[in-house]
Design a protein. Structure first.
Ligand code: AMP
Ligand code: MG
Length: 431
């Protein structure tokens, strides 16, 4: 148990070390998008299963038109027409061609497809005219070009994007083994909270965190179980945490983690399991309570809407991804040039809501060494979005990134190159 305040990097490492990947399950192909494959899968067939045409045109023997030119065109006899899904039993003989459609099996004897646009009508309706030669293999897609029977299609641990779903479909996988998605318990604490559909009476506010956190969990690929907000008592907090620990895979709470008279989250975790740490040297969101309840990971976020949101983004999102089998847990990070000065407190890592945009850059006089990292940084400017109070969500909605300002800095001048986590990019990179 650590009661001392941890650096952001140590806290994240410590927290993620308690997170384990969930077991595999089988889902239908059309439900596998966004999941992580839980087994190596191989193909039952060659893809494509036969040599076929890449164009609408004519299949023929390349040597039959080797001497064709505009001055000396060559006419070949058209002996059949092969549509996609069809096949032709025959074998092309010398000076014969087959009309063929994209995806139709190449007839025996043919070694080239000339697209229809490169042919002209011959004098006879039974013939087609060629005015230039072409080399063998043109416009033919070979059997097994994508993948051969028995070869691995995708490996365990790979992310299933739309193209992967297509590969699995082409290789016959109606069902797909993937790692289970975590179910996240979302619990808001606070006597002041009322349901969103109600109008606040004196001293009350709408419970917005439960909904933003549920949305974040869903966006990260998790299932969500929302609990009614709980009053600020130890008994209620313990009872709800205990119940959640039997119904979910990971428990997230908001509020009740500071040092107010009615903050019971830390005590509840201690009474039900192990407390790991309770403060992180960061802003916003210094208090962040983590631990294990009933062998499940628990993360207690601060109540202020932006602190809760950022705590989720920076700690809970990677945990959800790890549970679901991902190995790349972070959003893309880029560098950008600060467009104004920023003052900060030393010793805390700041995460400020910002907006990165492409700078109006002059074309370099000499385009030679323009592709290095520093130049890329200079191609983007970043500025913070409005009021950074941790109670305000509007400036987060405006943001497309989080500026990451290092602990040791106290003053960053306009022109400084800073790191920005792109909140608008889903792609995952190594943490
Ligand atoms: P706490 O961390 O419980 O001290 O709460 C800090 C601030 O966040 C207080 O102003 C709360 O009213 C507010 N807050 C706490 N929980 C929520 C919530 N679920 N939705 C919106 N605001 C909240
Ligand atoms: Mg509270």
């Amino acid at each position: 148990m650590t009661h001392t305040s941890l650096s952001f990097d140590r806290a994240l490492k410590r927290w993620l070390s308690t997170i384990e990947r969930l077991d595999p399950e089988t889902v239908l192909l059309d439900e596998s998008l966004g999941r992580i494959l839980a087994a190596d899968l191989s193909s039952d067939i060659d893809v494509s299963p036969f040599d076929n045409s890449a164009m609408d045109g004519f299949a023929l023997r390349a040597r039959d038109i080797a001497k064709a030119s505009p001055a000396t065109p060559i006419d070949l006899e058209v002996v059949t027409c092969i549509a996609a899904g069809d096949y032709w039993e025959g074998t092309l003989q010398a000076r014969q061609a087959a009309r063929i459609m994209t995806g139709a099996p190449l007839p025996a004897g043919a070694d080239i497809v000339v697209k229809v646009e490169d042919t002209t009508k011959a004098d006879s309706d039974q013939h087609v005219r060629f005015s230039s030669a072409a080399s063998r293999g043109l416009n033919i897609r070979l059997r097994g070009e994508e993948i051969k029977a028995g070869e691995r299609v995708l490996a365990s641990g790979e992310y299933l994007g739309p193209a992967a779903v297509g590969l699995l479909a082409a290789t016959g996988y109606v069902q797909v083994p993937v790692f289970r998605q975590p179910t996240v318990a979302i619990i808001s604490t606070g006597e002041e909270l009322i349901p969103v559909g109600d109008t606040p009476t004196r001293g009350k506010i709408r419970n917005s965190n439960s909904h933003s956190l549920a949305a974040q969990a869903q966006a990260a690929g998790a299932r969500v179980r929302q609990y009614a907000s709980i009053p600020d008592t130890l008994e209620d907090t313990v009872a709800t945490f205990r119940q959640a620990s039997t119904e979910c895979d990971i428990i997230i709470s908001s509020g009740g983690v500071s040092v107010g008279d009615f903050d019971f989250v830390e005590e509840a975790v201690q009474s039900l399991g192990d407390l790991h740490f309770s403060t992180v040297k960061m802003r916003p969101g210094k208090p962040q309570v983590t631990g294990m309840i009933n062998k499940l990971p628990f993360f207690g976020l601060p109540g202020n809407p932006t602190s809760a949101y950022l705590g989720f983004e920076l700690f809970v999102r990677p945990a959800i991804l790890k549970m679901a089998g991902h190995t790349r847990l972070q959003r893309p990070v880029q560098t950008a040039v600060l467009s104004h000065d920023i003052k900060k407190r030393q010793g805390l890592r700041y995460f400020m809501r910002g907006r990165v945009r492409l700078a109006d850059i002059q074309e370099p006089a000499e385009p030679s060494s323009s592709a290095n990292a520093q130049d890329r940084a200079h191609s983007h400017l970043v500025q913070v979005t409005g009021n950074q109070s941790s109670a305000l969500l509007g400036s987060l909605h405006e943001a497309n990134c989080l500026l990451v300002l290092p602990e040791e800095e106290t003053e960053l001048k306009a022109g400084t190159v800073v790191k920005c986590i792109r909140l608008d990019m889903e792609e995952r990179v190594e943490l």
